[in-house]
Design a protein around this ligand. Structure first.
Ligand SMILES: [Zn+2]
Length: 233
């Protein structure tokens, strides 16, 4: 039966197409691409938090700096008034107390500014590190994207070629036989038709007795008595 032999060619091409389809969906780069996407999402979130922290630190530093400047000029003014003299002993004493208070406030303000400045550099470094990390992840993602696109292009071209050959091979096969073939392929792991060689079914690898072989050869279409696959006798 020439139609069955054609169908064997169709199946060979279908199996090759199955493999290509599977290869397309399970490229190792796809797994890494997904990982990178997850890593990038979490790094972006982290970077947002770190940038907010840095911005807040910069604002706090500016504010503390401003407060320190005010205290410095107030101290200068108060000291000038104190040193210019011409006041009563009581006024002088009051000013002396004020100077001491402002000095103490200035001391605390300086400590605050220094403390903030000490935090500023590490915070900037942290943001820089995360930014560089993100750039590296993005570069790898772009590289992998290119790799995936190249692989897909190659696989798609190969599939198109095979599909063309498959269409040619299936053309002479009667429609009802093709329908049976498609149904069997779904239930038999892609193998719907096999050759019978030396009394063994190429699909299920089981032997057929001489009587079974004659029975198969007489039926239309011939099918394995064990696995019910189509058989090319
Ligand atoms: Zn069989």
């Amino acid at each position: 039966m020439p139609a069955l032999a054609d169908l064997l060619d169709v199946q060979d091409l279908d199996l090759q197409l199955d493999r290509l389809r599977n290869e397309r969906q399970s490229l190792p780069e796809l797994e890494r691409y997904k990982e990178l996407h997850t890593e990038l999402t979490s790094t972006e979130k982290l970077l947002g938090i770190q940038r907010d922290e840095l911005r807040q630190l910069e604002l706090d530093t500016d504010k503390a700096d401003g407060e320190l400047s005010i205290l410095e000029s107030r101290l200068e003014e108060t000291e000038k008034r104190l040193f210019s003299g011409g006041m009563s002993a009581r006024e002088t004493e009051n000013l002396r107390i004020q100077v001491a208070q402002i000095r103490a406030q200035k001391g605390s303000a300086e400590e605050l500014v220094l403390g903030l400045l000490e935090k500023l550099d590490p915070a900037r470094e942290t943001v820089g590190d995360t930014e560089r990390g993100m750039e590296a992840l993005e570069a790898e993602k772009t590289e992998i994207e290119t790799q995936i696109k190249t692989d897909w292009k190659r696989i798609d071209a190969e599939m198109a070629r095979k599909q063309g050959r498959r269409d040619e091979a299936v053309a002479p096969v009667p429609a009802d036989l093709v329908e049976l073939y498609e149904k069997l392929r779904m239930s038999k792991q892609g193998v719907a038709i096999a050759a019978l060689g030396h009394g063994v079914c190429g699909g299920c690898r089981l032997s057929l007795s001489a009587a079974e072989q004659s029975e198969v050869a007489a039926s239309d279409p011939p099918r394995c008595v064990h696995c019910r696959r189509l058989l090319v006798v």
